[in-house]
Ligand binder design. Structure first.
Ligand code: ASP
Ligand code: MG
Length: 408
């Protein structure tokens, strides 16, 4: 089995010993155990802050060299703790396991893992403690997998060694119908499909990195999200199975990490959006919602709106200003005070009118909707940031998520 421990779970010496004890117990119960560890709580932020104090726009290759050290420290500490408790353990860094990635520094993708070293380690009865979040590109550069990337390291390793389960240990005891800090009525979800989890992760539920769910879905790795402070079962993230579709809405999320960018009055002709988004893609900038109207009059002009991470806004600004003239934009507007609230559920496939119900619930709270995006199993609305929490509570209540459901 693969067990991944997040930053809070390895946040102190005591907690590191707790992790070691859990791993030793899992091995004693007859499992072959591979651990993936995050940096100690707060450490990655500290390292990245340090870099930004030296220079405002640090080189991304060097950022990864710094950021990867957090996991180097925790992997060694956990291995030592296991040894001190009488177990056998050995730490592995990304390059030592040949966790090969592309060269997209600070958000690299895993291409392949050489599982041989892990198999050898397991064969000798040793617990492998792998530094999460990091890999190595073909040129030998250290790369990192984006914030929260240890989850993806864990699932990818689980896929590579064909583990029975990938346990993700965190400071919450599972995936909730909404953020319990925002919504007191939120409940723990017992089982959720990869598709729903993918949407929730993309929409701001921070419990799993989105890419980890993509990898799990692709290779059919069952994920068990649970607390490192208890033995209670958490949430299983699994393939689609009977019963999961009976609930219309599974979860409600909000996300304030994005900003809205609007190119005003661009020419409405072939090639305009290809130019804008091609330029962003060339800089490896991900955009989320894209909205373009038909041009409504004889001016032959329309607005193009999209959302992108606030943390990328400086880079977005540069790219967009560079193409604005080429596409005839009169102006570029940025709006940071927004939140995206979303509902997610497999049951939307078979129920009509779910979006209309969402709009009605927001309307009753007097919340204006600035943009809308839908997919087969989600509806997202952009609202003013100050309404995010209110919107989540109203939707959670309005779709009856406070009440326990009977599935099956
Ligand atoms: N330490 C990294 C981060 O804080 C990776 C992780 O914890 O998953 O984003
Ligand atoms: Mg995490």
């Amino acid at each position: 089995m693969v067990q991944k421990y997040g930053g809070t779970s390895v946040g102190s010496v005591d907690r590191i010993h707790n992790v070691a004890a859990r791993a030793v117990a899992a091995q004693a119960a007859g499992n072959e155990v591979v651990l993936i560890v995050s940096a100690m709580a707060g450490e990655t932020n500290r390292l990245l802050d340090l870099a930004r104090r030296v220079t405002e726009l640090p080189d991304r290759r060097e950022l990864d060299v710094i950021a990867a050290t957090g996991e180097q420290v925790s992997s060694a500490l956990v291995a030592m703790a296991i040894q001190s408790q009488g177990g056998k353990a050995r730490s592995f860094l990304g390059h030592q396991l040949k966790i090969r990635t592309d060269s997209a520094f600070t958000s690299a993708r895993i291409l392949a893992i050489d599982a041989e070293a892990l198999r050898q380690s397991l064969k000798h009865g040793s617990i492998a403690v792998v530094a999460g979040f990091q890999g190595v590109d073909d040129a030998g550069n250290i790369t990192t997998l984006g914030r929260g990337g240890s989850d993806t390291s864990a699932v990818a390793v689980a896929a590579a060694i064909r583990a029975d389960v990938c346990e993700i240990y965190t400071d919450v005891d599972g995936v909730y119908t909404a953020d319990p800090n925002v919504c007191p009525g939120a409940r723990k979800i017992e089982r959720i499909s990869y598709e729903e989890m993918l949407e929730l992760a993309a929409l701001g539920a921070k419990v799993l990195q989105r890419r980890s769910v993509e990898v799990a879905m692709k290779y059919g790795v069952p994920i068990h999200v649970r607390s490192s402070f208890s033995d209670a079962p958490g949430t299983w993230v699994v393939g689609e199975e009977a019963g999961l579709e009976s609930v219309v809405v599974t979860g409600v999320t909000s996300d304030k990490s994005e900003a809205r960018v609007m190119l005003v009055a661009v020419e409405d002709r072939p090639g305009v959006v290809a130019t804008i988004f091609g330029a962003l893609a060339a800089e490896n900038i991900s955009v989320d919602m894209i909205i373009q109207n038909a041009s409504s009059d004889a001016t032959g002009r329309t607005d193009v709106t999209f959302t992108a991470a606030k943390s990328e806004l400086d880079r977005v600004d540069k790219v967009v200003q560079a193409v604005a003239e080429q596409v005839g934009a009169r102006e570029v507007r940025f709006e940071r005070d927004i939140a995206k609230v979303s509902i997610v559920g497999l049951g939307m496939r078979s129920h009509a009118g779910v979006a209309a119900r969402m709009f009605d619930i927001l309307f009753r709270e007097g919340i204006n909707i600035q943009a809308i995006a839908t997919s087969e199993i989600k509806v997202s609305c952009i609202v003013a940031a100050k309404y995010a929490e209110l919107a989540v509570r109203a939707l959670h209540d309005g779709f009856g998520l406070d009440r326990p459901t009977t599935t099956g």
